[in-house]
Every structure is written in C-alpha cells, then in structure tokens.
Design a protein around this ligand. Structure first.
Ligand code: PYC
Length: 331
C-alpha cells in the first residue's frame, strides 16, 4: 500500500467534531453541533447518564487541555425530546456535568442564532435540570427563564482551615451554591488567584463535612458577594468558583438565580424587581424573579458573542485525545 493511501485510511478513524465557541460576559461556552457522541433518544436525564457512562472521554477531549482549558464550559447539542422545543443541551466542564448553565444557555441561543437556527423570540430548551425558556432579543442579547430556584439552608457556619469560621447560605439555581457575604476578600480581577484559593478552601470543607444540597447533590459552587464597582451600574459584585476550580468570568446565571432566591426569601427583593449582578471581570447580568405558587422563577439577561467556528480533531493515535490525565486517571 502506498504511504498516501495508508495515511488516508488512518485519517478515516479520526473523529471530527464541529463546535462553535462563544463567550457570555467573558465566560466561554463551546457548543458541540456535530460529530459528538450518540447518547440516544431517551429523556434528558437518561441521555446525561449515557454521556457520563459511555462518553466521559469525549467530555474531557472537548473542553480540557490540550483542546480546551479549565474555564471552558461545553454543551452537547441534542434533538429535543419534545419536537416543539428548540433544542436539548447537556452542559459539562473540566471535571464533570452541570445540571443547568445560565451563561451557557445565553451562549447557546446566540450560537443557534449565528448559525441561522434560532429566530428572535421565545424558545424552550431542554436540560437535565428541566426546561428553560430563552428569549432571543437580538443577535447577542438573551433572557433565560431559569428553573425554579430556592434557598435550602440559611447561615450555615463552617470552620475552614487557614480561614476560620465562614457562614453562608446553601441555595439552588440549577446547580448548588454556597453563598457568602462576610468574607473580608477584595472581589477584584487582579485578586483572582487569592479568591480561587479562598473559595476552594471553603469548597473542600463543605465536602469534608458532607454538607450537601437538598437532593444530596454536592454543593460544588462557592459564591462570594461584595459591593459593585459602581452602584449606578450594578447592585452587587460576585466571584463564583466552579466545581473544577476555575472561576466564572461572568456573573454566573445559576449563581445569580440562587442569589435572587435568597434575596426574595429574605424580603430584600420583590417579585419583578431588577437585580444587576456584576462579575469580577465587570460583566453584568440583569436578573428578576416571578413567583408562581411556592416557586421562585428567575430570569437572567446577558449578552454573548461568537468567538470561533472550529473542528476539533480526536485522533485515536493521540495519547492526549481525551485530555491530560494524571496517574490516577484524573483530568
Ligand atoms: O452561568 O450558570 C452559569 C454557570 C455555571 C457554571 C459556569 N457558569
């Protein structure tokens, strides 16, 4: 066999994956639009399980080094279970899977609009955490009606090694958050390394003490709050540490949902009132909540921009095809 034929045969086994990258308030999203794993046609929960069980290597290939980075959130675009809905999406990151992702949903809508597959107006997107409505206002601005959000426990105090006592609320906004206001940290972009270590110490102590969400889920996001950089632009500034130790460059859609659930439960925000949440990069999400029965239903509005239209190459011969792993097999 000639060398060129041999090379072309080898190339046939290469997986080519088309992805669109965007960022929402600085936080990147990579939506896999073709060439991803076949995870079946079950419910979104069943598809998530199939993804976890059979294709975790793909998750790592798509978002971790050398094809991605710790900060990247991936989204596997699927056909919706209900054909009247716009899409299904399973979000994932450098260490696992996210029930919902606010910045990612904004990025998804902008990505679909950029591809000509979503028109202006309202659409339903299915996620493993439930259906969310997205309202595409223009090519870059999107509102997301998030899943019902609530506070599970108020003022939980833990003793964190090297830090001391830290008190925070545990709340759900599509992911579990530990929300801390009294921390003594400067929420500045230039202080991101220090904030990461501080929030990571809290996260580890939550794990250590077996502190969990209502459904037994890991409280795997830590959110620190402080005053905004400019009170005319935002109501509060946050720093959100994600499960894989990367911090959210955006104000975090699910974290902002958890925050407004706490504010409403404390009587500090009324139904329909606006809450502008700023991130340490200066990006802002505008949030409000509707109350239906006992449910707090947050809406988050933000902007996203497409940054790349790319083909990922996953070559079976590449020792790092599923990312860089340590001796224990951890990414
Ligand atoms: O915007 O919900 C969000 C989010 C979760 C993790 C990173 N971003």
């Amino acid at each position: 066999m000639r060398r060129t034929e041999a090379l072309s045969l080898e190339k046939q086994s290469i997986q080519r994956v088309r992805a669109i990258d965007s960022h929402t308030g600085g936080e990147p999203t990579r939506v896999i639009i073709a060439g991803g794993p076949e995870i079946g046609h079950g419910t979104m929960t069943e598809r998530l399980q199939r993804f976890k069980d059979d294709f975790d290597g793909f998750r790592a290939a798509a978002v971790t080094e050398p094809r991605g980075s710790d900060v990247l959130v991936g989204g596997l675009l699927c056909d919706p279970v209900d054909e009247d809905n716009a899409a299904g999406i399973i979000f994932f990151n450098n260490v696992g899977y996210l029930g919902m992702c606010g910045h990612g949903s904004i990025g998804l809508a902008v990505t679909l609009a950029w591809l000509g597959e979503m028109e202006l107006g309202e659409h339903t997107v299915e996620t493993p955490a439930g259906d969310v409505r997205v309202l595409l206002h223009d090519a870059n601005t999107v509102s997301v009606n998030n899943v019902p959000s609530y506070r599970f426990r108020k003022a939980v105090t833990i003793d964190v090694p090297q830090i001391g006592q830290v008190s925070g609320d545990i709340a759900w906004g599509g992911n579990w958050f530990f929300l801390v206001s009294n921390h003594g940290q400067a929420l500045d972009y230039g202080n991101a390394d220090q904030l990461t270590e501080f929030a990571w110490a809290i996260r580890q102590e939550l794990d250590e003490q077996g502190i969990r969400g209502r459904d037994g889920g890991l409280v795997d996001h830590v959110e620190l709050f402080g005053p905004p950089s400019d009170a005319s632009l935002a109501d509060s500034r946050n720093f959100v540490l994600c499960p894989g130790k990367a911090y959210d460059r955006s104000p975090c859609g699910t974290g902002t949902s958890a925050k407004i659930a706490c504010l409403i439960e404390d009587g500090k925000l009324a139904e329909g009132d606006s809450w502008r949440q700023e991130s340490i990069t200066g990006s802002v999400f505008e949030a409000r909540a509707d109350i239906r029965g006992n449910d707090i239903l947050p809406t988050i509005t933000g902007t996203a921009y497409v940054t790349a239209d790319l083909t990922l190459i996953i070559d079976p011969a590449d020792p790092f095809r599923h990312g860089i792993v340590d001796a224990s097999g951890k990414h």
